[in-house]
Design a protein around this ligand. Structure first.
Ligand SMILES: [Zn+2]
Ligand SMILES: [Zn+2]
Length: 415
């Protein structure tokens, strides 16, 4: 038994998040996507906290349900503080076993000056170490969020650290997992030896319902709070499903306003100042990963699209089905036609993840048509072109950018 988890999500009470994120909507989209376990998001926000308590049913061992969709209590907190003469901003995911722990945590955060009624992802003036000590004392779990992103990642170029221990100190032993974020994938993390022995997990950080599950982690076992703790500590990740890292908003370095985009090689050649405005570039995720890597571990693509290495759980890269349908129809992903087609295909094949990862080419062709089947196979096997994202701008995936593209031998990908 395995289950699909998306444990970095937000409610409508977090800044820049869609106003229609409700428990009902989350449960509906979890089914469309094929997600078995969701985090509640934003449990420190008083209004969302009240709604969670009213609408979630506790089914034991830290597991809650809305309808028949499973939830754990999980949120994101922004630690804003100084260390070593530098301003630090580190985002962490915090998971709680029950509402009693949630309420005690909220009380301590409020006592430390956090304004919990504002952003659902509150800022606290505690170090990541001190927040972790507080959380662990309440039987909570902590996972550093999107660790490589420049502004809020533990290893970020703007306000992060070079080593996990520099950030978490004596609490490092309680950190069993890191979230890769959209701009990095597991393979990029395999070459950083201090992450050996840590679980590498991926979640969506969705700010709207259709983005739920754009990255997920598949765990062994049955969903539950204690089971999740064990899975993270023992690295029982079956596989993760990944965005193309180039599609992430901070994969490359650059300046959005100046239209300057740098690969790490460009920065090595031209320096880390913007050639247009002369100010420091926002150094992206690939730059940091390359700078901190101390090993050379690469994976190999198998015929099902999984990237495997001998020591690590595998992962698969894919492209959002809404984007695939939108590109195949030549329309925007929010248009009625694209949405209708999305619901029809996921309904017939079971879910989006079933469609993107598991469906065989013959099923895809008969339900979704040859063009979409081809796109799913191209995405699964790494044969798409991505213009890398930089300085807050998403990368762009092009599925059919080369009209003379060689025909695919799809038979290798039927399973
Ligand atoms: Zn964050
Ligand atoms: Zn510039």
């Amino acid at each position: 038994m395995t289950y699909v988890a998306d444990l970095h999500v937000h409610s409508r009470f977090a800044y820049a998040c869609s106003k229609n994120i409700s428990l009902k909507g989350m449960a509906e989209w979890a089914k469309l996507k094929g997600i078995d376990l969701l985090a509640s998001g934003d449990f420190t926000h008083p209004a969302w906290n009240r709604e969670l308590k009213q609408k979630l049913n506790e089914v034991g061992s830290g597991l809650y349900q809305f309808g028949d969709v499973n939830f754990v209590l999980g949120t994101e907190i922004s630690c804003v503080y100084s260390q070593g003469g530098l301003g630090r901003r580190v985002h962490v995911l915090v998971f709680a076993p029950d509402f009693k722990a949630v309420d005690l945590l909220c009380r301590s955060l409020a006592a430390a000056g956090a304004k919990l009624g504002g952003d659902g992802r509150p800022s606290v003036s505690l170090s990541a170490r001190d927040l972790t000590a507080l959380a662990i004392g309440l039987d909570c779990m902590v996972i550093p969020a999107h660790v490589w992103t420049p502004w809020y990642g533990m290893y970020g170029s703007k306000s992060g650290f070079d080593r996990l221990e520099d950030c978490f100190h004596d609490m490092s032993r309680h950190i069993h997992a890191i979230e890769t974020g959209l701009s990095s994938d597991p393979e990029m993390n395999w070459s950083f030896s201090e992450l050996d022995g840590k679980s590498i997990v991926s979640f969506s950080d969705a700010h709207s319902l259709p983005n739920l599950g754009r990255e997920v982690t598949v765990f062994a076992g049955e969903p539950g709070y204690d089971a999740l703790r064990d899975a993270l500590a023992l690295q029982q990740v079956e596989y993760t499903v990944e965005f193309y890292a180039e599609e992430g908003k901070y994969h490359y370095s650059g300046h959005r306003k100046c239209g300057v985009r740098h690969s790490p090689e460009d920065t090595a050649r031209q320096g880390s100042r913007c050639p247009e405005c002369g100010r420091p570039l926002t150094l992206g995720v690939l730059h940091r990963v390359k700078g901190l890597s101390d090993a050379d571990v690469t994976g190999a693509l198998d015929t099902s699209g999984m990237v495997r290495s001998s020591q690590r759980p595998p992962f698969i890269r894919t492209v959002s089905l809404l984007d695939i349908i939108a590109q195949s129809l030549g329309r925007g992903r929010a248009t009625k036609g694209v949405q209708r087609e999305y619901r029809r295909i996921t309904g017939e094949l079971g879910s989006e993840l079933q469609t993107l990862i598991h469906s065989g080419v013959h099923d895809l062709e008969s339900v979704a048509g040859e063009r979409i089947a081809e796109a799913v196979m191209l995405a699964r096997s790494g044969r798409v072109t991505v213009e890398p994202g930089f300085d807050g701008e998403y990368g762009r995936v092009q599925i059919w950018d080369r009209p003379e593209q060689l025909p695919l031998e799809l038979d290798g990908y039927t399973r």
